[in-house]
Design a protein around this ligand. Structure first.
Ligand SMILES: NCCCC[C@H](NC(=O)[C@@H](N)CCCCN)C(=O)O
Length: 457
């Protein structure tokens, strides 16, 4: 009898996997919108005469980095983390979904024929600024939703299959990215406009918001069962807890590794379709297909490596290997060898493996370093540091392409040489390798348990 009363809802595997699926679905819709424009970069930067929108690569880089504008400059991610730890996952999740829907609609409007063309502001098209603002509002919601979903999963899966669950959540998110890369150019070509895939994504997000509302019902029940099992509520978050997080060396190593590793992946994805067109001779309508392999590959591998981490451990080692593979991939893309689509495909598969190894080990390692009540803040700070890269790197790469990679062919057409951008991406990988080794050493010194299995026997 006592046993029954003491069971928490999260002890039921059906309940915890259902919760995981619901919140991951919401996040998946968010990831669709995040990358919906990535395979359309060529369409955006082609001249209006050629059926494009006439943006410069620099404008495209600024727009791509806009995802992080509010998160960084208004410190929205930090506030989001504090709101999460103070107000809980129900309020914060619904708020984040609302921001994502609003931002996505604004972005879709900006690139639709409804938006008046021709205006300029600070040397850039007003259309880029408006689309960027929409993307920035969306990005604020998406990042806050990301930390909320992470906290939800940690809440349900601690002591169970935590890394597998976090891996599956990331895998579902990648499905959203892959769908964006694959379907977006097709929807835009079939319906005759860039705004259509974005409107489609906004609609999907509304369904994601409804799904999250369903999750809120489950969350209320979980809280009740936790209160019944523990007899009293956990101590709440205090602002002074931030000090605990930021004075932890292991935390900073993870945050910086996250910055460098992700700087070599997500911003790369924004330019990958153009790399396929101009280096590997892929048809523009199919330019998103090879980059789409990356998220597709990670769908299987991230939960697989997550489950490995749960059962066997070796989290720090997985991060070292993943970071090393990232360097190899960008060097292979940079070298002037084998400019064939099949070679690009093989390298992209390798990147898929790297992009599964590091996230599957990195995210479940955070709760080993930071206690649960500070987890919202810890994830928010890590995302904050990561967002600096997500904002600055596309801007840097766009500028480098404009300045050093653009050239005119004898027939008068414009083309691009991606060697310099790819070496920059490789550099981020090299720093990530160094950080991963430092984290492994710190783990050995402090005994965080990153090399230990997550499932308690
Ligand atoms: N449990 C944490 C999962 C994080 C997954 C991670 N997402 C991020 O790092 C986001 N801050 C940035 C998402 C940008 C989307 N293009 C991931 O690996 O996706």
């Amino acid at each position: 009898m006592t046993e029954t009363i003491k069971r928490k809802l999260s002890d039921s595997s059906a309940a915890r996997w259902t919760a995981m699926l619901i919140v991951s679905f919401t996040m998946m819709c968010g990831y669709f919108i995040t990358d919906v424009m990535s395979p359309l970069g060529d369409m955006l930067t082609r001249s209006v005469v050629d059926g494009g929108m006439g943006w410069t690569p620099t404008e495209y880089g600024w727009f791509s980095g806009a995802y992080s504008w509010l998160n960084i400059f208004l410190l929205m991610l930090l506030f989001g983390g504090i709101i999460l730890d103070k107000m809980g996952v129900r309020f914060t999740g619904v708020m984040a979904c609302g921001l994502m829907v609003g931002g996505a609609l604004l972005k879709a409007y900006a690139v639709s024929p409804l938006f008046p063309e021709g205006g300029m502001l600070f040397g850039f098209k007003t259309q880029m600024w408006m689309a960027g603002l929409g993307f920035a509002i969306f990005g604020m919601g998406a990042e806050i939703c990301g930390i909320t979903v992470s906290k939800v999963i940690v809440k349900w899966f601690t002591g169970h299959e935590l890394a597998l669950a976090l891996g599956l959540q990331v895998a579902m998110a990648r499905l959203g990215t892959a769908a964006a890369l694959f379907f977006s150019p097709r929807i835009a070509a079939a319906w005759g406009g860039i705004s259509y895939p974005v409107f489609f994504g906004a609609l999907a997000l509304c369904i994601g918001l409804l799904a999250y509302l369903v999750y809120c019902v489950m969350d209320r029940r979980l809280d009740k069962s936790i209160a019944a099992a523990q007899g009293e509520e956990e101590e709440g978050f205090k602002l002074s807890d931030i000090k605990f997080v930021v004075t932890n060396k292991g935390f900073w190593l993870i945050a910086l590794l996250c910055l460098m590793f992700y700087a070599g992946v997500f911003p790369f994805l924004k330019f990958a379709a153009q790399l396929m067109i101009y280096k590997y001779g892929v048809d523009p309508v199919m330019a998103g297909d090879i980059p789409a392999i990356l998220p597709f590959g990670t769908i299987l591998l991230t939960p697989l490596f997550g489950s490995l981490y749960d059962r066997i451990g070796k989290g720090a080692t997985l991060m070292v290997v993943g970071a090393m593979m990232l360097v190899a991939v960008h060097v292979l893309f940079a070298l002037p060898i084998l400019n064939e689509w099949w070679f690009a495909l093989i390298v992209m598969v390798l990147l898929g493996i790297a992009f599964s190894l590091v996230p599957s080990a990195m995210w479940p390692s955070v709760p080993k370093i930071i206690p649960q009540k500070q987890l919202g803040t810890a994830y928010a700070l890590i995302f904050y540091v990561q967002n600096i890269g997500l904002m600055c790197v596309p801007m840097l790469i766009g500028w480098v392409i404009d300045r050093y990679a653009k050239f005119t062919l004898p027939d008068g057409n414009v083309s691009y040489d991606f060697t310099a951008p790819m070496w920059i991406f490789a550099l981020f990988g090299i720093v990530a390798v160094a950080l991963a080794f430092m984290l492994k050493a710190e783990d050995r010194r402090k005994g965080y348990g990153l090399e230990e299995a997550n499932i308690r026997k």
